[in-house]
Design a protein around this ligand. Structure first.
Ligand code: SF4
Ligand code: FES
Length: 248
């Protein structure tokens, strides 16, 4: 395949940045999108040019690192996959592909296509955990009976990989789907109920503090989420928040 890549290049956080065009040839349809970028970078390095910086780690749809906005869509044109699972067969020979970083005030660009998503880490630190005594007397989690429906819903919420596509897709740069997934994961289980009030209040407070926008129920986040995190988690978080506010 012969393609024209239009890639966002930005030296550092202070640089204004801009789109740079790169023609590329010899791309196989079975290559992943990141492998295609690897080919480009090899060519740039051989020419003595600076390779394109982009985030990746597992390349298996698990870590949530590969945050690219491809032709105006977070993780590109396929559904239910991350950028690392996107294949070049989703594009046609001769296509022009625009590749940009995820854009949001709370995700500042570090370099080229790499953004700083440590705001997500700080939200997690604010409450995305349970406190358990791990001094050697830990009770096996399976000894606590859990309703199958709740266990399944909790597992579905826990599938969130913190990629940030929901934020990049949302016209308000809202992080509600991400935070709702993290709150729901614990709210549905007995182990999560003990700290439920503090958790939802603290995580929502941190989300607002980081500069994410408000949710206006457009649902774009659910469409672009590679892990199929449902909007019903946002409704659950709103209920948790209301109840916690009344108690708090
Ligand atoms: S909710 Fe979906 S899109 Fe948002 S961070 Fe989690 S996995 Fe990514
Ligand atoms: S590189 Fe880990 S999810 Fe894509």
């Amino acid at each position: 395949m012969k393609l024209t890549l239009k890639i966002w290049r930005q030296k550092n956080a202070q640089d204004k940045g801009g789109i740079v065009e790169y023609p590329i040839d010899g791309i196989e349809p079975d290559m992943s999108f990141l492998e295609m970028l690897d080919v480009l970078n090899e060519q740039l390095i051989n020419k003595g040019e600076e390779p394109v910086a982009f985030d990746h780690d597992c390349r298996e749809g698990i870590c949530g690192m590969c945050s690219l906005f491809i032709n105006g869509e977070a993780h590109g044109p396929d559904r239910g996959v991350t950028t690392c699972q996107l294949h070049m067969r989703m594009f046609k020979d001769g296509d022009t592909i625009f590749i940009e970083p995820f854009r949001a005030k709370a995700f500042p660009v570090i370099k080229d296509l790499v953004v700083d998503r440590s705001s997500f880490d700080r939200i997690q630190h604010a409450g995305g955990f349970i406190s358990v005594n791990t001094s050697g007397n830990t009770i096996d989690a399976n000894t606590i009976p859990i309703n199958k429906h709740d266990a399944d819903k909790s597992f579905d919420a826990a599938a969130c990989i913190g990629c940030g596509a929901c934020v990049a897709t949302c016209k308000n740069s809202s992080a509600m789907l991400f935070v709702a997934a993290k709150v729901s994961q614990y709210a549905l289980l007995p182990q999560g109920k003990i700290e439920a009030v503090d958790r939802v209040l603290n995580m929502v407070h941190q989300m607002d503090h980081e500069g994410f926008g408000n949710c206006t129920n457009t649902g774009a986040c659910e469409v672009e989420c590679p892990k199929g995190i449902s909007l019903e988690n946002i409704a659950r978080m709103n209920r948790e928040y209301l109840s916690a506010s009344l108690k708090g």
